[in-house]
Ligand binder design. Structure first.
Ligand SMILES: *Cc1c(COP(=O)(O)O)cnc(C)c1O
Length: 871
């Protein structure tokens, strides 16, 4: 049974390493009351939970600003190399708890709220998620900010302050519908507008070249300007007093925007039209691993890049190193002071933009500008799916960014000379490797642009980095080898921050670990290896099993509140949460559900391991197949969950948003998927990581579950491969085709029909779905879907079905042996150390950015802080 300790009680027992209380409980209470009174203009009688949340958030923020100012002053004094992480997404989630954890003031805040008669967990639940991301790529950027600050790097995250983040998903009659995510409705405590650093961003217009020479400093005229207004959010390191900055840009119309209309007298219309400019930062495009090619998206990509590079160059010039006293700033050492990391090609326009600034504004010669840019920039590839690779039509660039298109052509000319040098007598390479694709509508291949102008290119897991050089960018890799570019092609296996993904989301497991091995693991996750020693210790096994059980009970009670579905918390929690995408194969899981259903129905008295299969995730609004998969899973759930023969042996839950009215307001339970991840991760027994081999670049969901002591069922894809290696090939359920098998099958010609004919279980499941067993009101709802699958099955669901089912049977067998299962869970936690984003960032810093991390080294605290310049 659950103990009577609340999360808050347990957290009180967790001591944060080496950080002395910075403010006493009384100070926190006083600051809290002051904010309630002066900032929120409320008293205790009329304050809402939201007011209490805000008062606490302000109080916690107060504890951070001294460190923030100090850190930025420190960077100004020391002038270390700056690292700029450019990303169209930062999936930050909630900030309050994370800030308390990193500042080491969680205990004091818990105690202060307790003394004030408030429940801190309830206040924490009031915070809106900052959902400025789609999935793994955006969450990675957020984990990196945590690790960069924790490692003491002078780093900045640069992105867009979307007014609407990732949509809220609701399920109506089994179908996904989308609602706008108005996350700024009640304001955001953590951000600070910085109008003094606003810059202009130009679009459209035309170019005037000197003597028609594109390489000469040129003028870009008759443009339409938009103002980029920065909002800064502090990103604290863990226990080291470092507070870095995430700067997100918001679009504002210029004063003179649409002056034409204004002059013709239509004042009202000219005010309305300011929206056109301000729409740039209105909404996050909700695609994960998919390129949509919309003009507004291109505007967003240029907007963030242009504003950010102006900021970077301004900071460089105003630094001590930037030779403020010489007439002209020296740029030949720019790359020794600035590293720019491109999170996928989304911000790849940073390349022509930096060259443009250097040539047209700073008067640097084109060839030198190219070399500086290349030494400064590095590119991370995140996917090999062709539909996700950005290829912008030349026409669109010519219209919106005419000077940048010229620069891209200049880069291409240089590049093609190098291609000819590397591949003499092979003219086919010129066509294959041109940055400009000529077949069909002319397009710029943004990955090729990023590769050619970066000194480092990396994949995000060992297998993915190998696929990139063997396949996706083979020509470019070969060219690097021939031209002697060593160390350009790298791997940086993704990671997750152990603060949010263990310390914060699973306090009881954290405490149990610390009781055994101390708390060094907070900053060196490889220390978890020491747990192996206790993996067979009966009392430790009991303790870990108990913690998992409590976490499951907590999730079960959430689910019964939010979905109205009663589940048995003793059953295996089999969890598959991530974006809905064909390559991630939620469909394979769905077919397994149908299979289990059939097995129980055929043998009602059989001995089955009870399972609750939970699936959750959002489909891109325009991705019809993904939406149909959601409907299919909900349809299967409807039949299975209401079949009395099945009972508690199989329950299927599609985790979705649900509105609950409390006394105060309507609350969305589980409406945000980052939150969903945080709630679900500690309670998972079995983690589903079943993408087709060769399609998932890395995955990070897999790591979160492993770190929290779930067992994984997965293919040898992405980081699963390295997880299996860390586990010595044991204590993980690997099944299905490997990359080589998939390739061989494609070569031979894949026919899903063969597997349908060869597998009675698969045939039965597909026939049932096709015939409408799970959609009785609309019997042909899924028939076209099944027919298409049997024709194409791009992601080889049919080919892997039998292996998956067999592997799941082994899972069910093992779950019956609770102690052995738990022992293997402990072995998973013990082997998860590699997957800390601290390790990932350490490797980026030393192998790509050329700067030295200083983990564990604290900078001066806030006590002697005094107000100064921001930078
Ligand atoms: C970690 C995370 C992901 C990535 O999950 P994968 O299984 O790697 O696709 C997606 N969304 C959210 C909210 C996450 O926290």
């Amino acid at each position: 049974m659950a103990t009577s300790l609340t999360d808050a009680d347990k957290r009180k027992q967790i001591s944060v390493r080496g950080v002395a209380p910075l403010e006493g409980v009384d100070d926190i209470k006083e600051a809290f009351n002051r904010h309630l009174h002066f900032t929120l203009v409320k008293d205790r009688n009329v304050a809402t939970s939201d007011d209490f949340y805000s008062a606490l958030a302000h109080t916690v923020k107060d504890n951070m600003v001294g460190r923030w100012i100090r850190t930025q002053q420190y960077y100004y004094e020391k002038d270390p190399k700056r690292v700029y992480y450019l990303s169209l997404e930062f999936y930050m989630g909630r900030t309050l708890t994370n800030t308390m954890v990193n500042l080491g003031i969680q205990e004091q805040c818990d105690e202060a709220m307790y003394q004030l008669g408030l429940n801190i967990e309830e206040l924490e639940e009031q915070e809106e998620d900052a959902g400025l991301g789609n999935g793994g790529l955006g969450r990675l950027a957020a984990c990196f900010l945590d690790s960069m600050a924790t490692l003491g790097l002078a780093a900045y995250g640069y992105g867009i302050r979307y007014e609407y983040g990732i949509f809220n998903q609701r399920i109506h009659d089994g179908w996904q519908t989308e609602e706008p995510d108005d996350w700024l409705r009640n304001g955001c405590v953590w951000e600070r507008a910085r109008p003094e650093y606003a810059v202009a961003v130009h679009f459209f217009g035309s170019v005037q070249n000197e003597n028609g020479d594109w390489q000469k400093p040129s003028k870009w005229r008759n443009t339409q300007a938009v103002i980029a207004l920065p909002y800064d959010t502090p990103t604290p390191g863990y226990g080291n007093n470092v507070v870095n900055t995430m700067r997100l840009w918001s679009a504002r119309a210029t004063r003179g925007f649409n002056l034409n209309l204004f002059n013709t007298g239509d004042y009202i219309q000219s005010v309305f039209d300011r929206n056109i400019a301000e729409n740039i930062s209105k909404v996050l495009y909700p695609n994960d691993n998919f390129f949509e090619g919309k003009e507004l998206r291109l505007k967003q990509e240029y907007f963030v890049v242009c504003a950010t590079l102006q900021d970077i160059v301004r900071r460089y010039k105003s630094s001590k190193f930037g030779c403020r006293d010489s007439v002209r700033t020296q740029f030949d050492q720019f790359h020794e002071k600035v590293a720019i990391q491109l999170n996928d090609t989304h911000p790849a326009l940073a390349i022509p933009e930096l060259i443009r600034l250097l040539v047209d504004v700073e008067g640097v010669a084109f060839d030198q500008a190219f070399e500086i840019t290349k030494k400064t920039c590095a590119y991370t590839n995140h996917t090999v799916l062709p539909e996700a690779l950005e290829r912008w039509p030349v026409k669109m660039l010519e219209n919106m960014l005419p000077r940048h298109l010229q620069i891209i052509y200049l880069i291409n000319a240089r590049h093609l000379k190098d291609v000819a040098k590397a591949f003499p007598n092979d003219s086919s390479k010129l066509r294959e490797m041109s940055l400009i694709e000529e077949d069909g509508e002319k397009r710029v291949n943004m990955a090729y642009l990023a590769i050619v102008c970066s000194h480092a290119v990396n994949g995000v897991a060992a297998i993915h980095s190998q696929i990139i050089i063997d396949d996706t960018f083979k020509n470019f890799y070969e060219m690097s080898c021939r031209l002697g570019e060593t160390n350009k092609w790298q791997n940086k296996t993704n990671g997750i921050t152990p603060r949010r993904w263990l310390l914060l989301c699973n306090p009881s497991l954290s405490q149990a670990i610390t009781d055994k091995i101390g708390d060094d693991w907070h900053l060196d996750l490889t220390k978890l290896r020491q747990l192996e020693e206790f993996a067979s210790d009966k009392s430790f096994i009991r303790q870990i099993a108990q913690i998992k059980q409590e976490n499951k009970e907590r999730l079960a009670s959430w689910l019964s509140q939010s979905q109205g579905i009663k589940i048995d918390s003793k059953a295996m929690f089999d969890i598959h949460v991530k974006r809905i995408h064909e390559y991630k194969r939620q469909l394979l899981n769905a077919l397994h559900m149908v299979h289990l259903y059939n097995e129980i129905k055929n043998n009602p008295d059989g001995d089955f391991t009870p399972r609750v299969i939970m699936v959750g995730g959002k489909a891109a609004p325009g991705y019809h197949t993904a939406k149909k998969i959601i409907k299919l899973i909900n349809s299967i759930a409807d039949i299975v969950n209401n079949d009395p023969i099945i009972g508690d042996r199989l329950k299927i839950v599609y985790i979705n948003n649900y509105r609950v009215s409390t006394a105060e307001k309507v609350v969305l339970l589980f409406c945000f998927s980052l939150l969903l991840f945080e709630k679900v991760t500690p309670a998972c027994d079995l983690s589903e990581q079943i993408s087709t081999a060769g399609t998932e670049a890395s995955g990070t969901g897999n790591m979160k579950f492993m770190l929290n002591g779930a067992l994984t069922i997965g293919t040898l894809d992405g980081a699963n491969v390295e997880m299996s290696e860390e586990l010595g090939g044991k204590n993980i359920f690997i099944f299905g085709m490997k990359v080589e098998d998939v390739e061989a099958m494609d070569k031979k010609g894949y026919n899903p029909q063969d597997f349908y004919n060869g597998s009675p279980n698969l045939r039965r499941a597909l026939d049932q779905i096709r015939a409408g067993l799970f959609s009785p009101k609309q019997p042909d709802l899924f028939s076209g879907f099944v027919d298409d699958l049997l024709k194409w099955d791009r992601f080889k669901v049919c080919a892997d079905f039998d292996a998956y089912v067999t592997c799941q049977e082994e899972v069910s067998q093992l779950y019956k042996d609770e102690d052995e299962w738990t022992r293997q869970c402990i072995m998973n936690v013990a082997a998860a150390g590699k997957f800390s984003s601290d390790r990932t960032i350490h490797d980026y810093a030393t192998e790509i950015w050329g700067c030295e991390p200083s983990p564990g080294q604290r900078i001066p605290g806030p006590s002697d802080a005094h107000p100064g310049t921001e930078e």
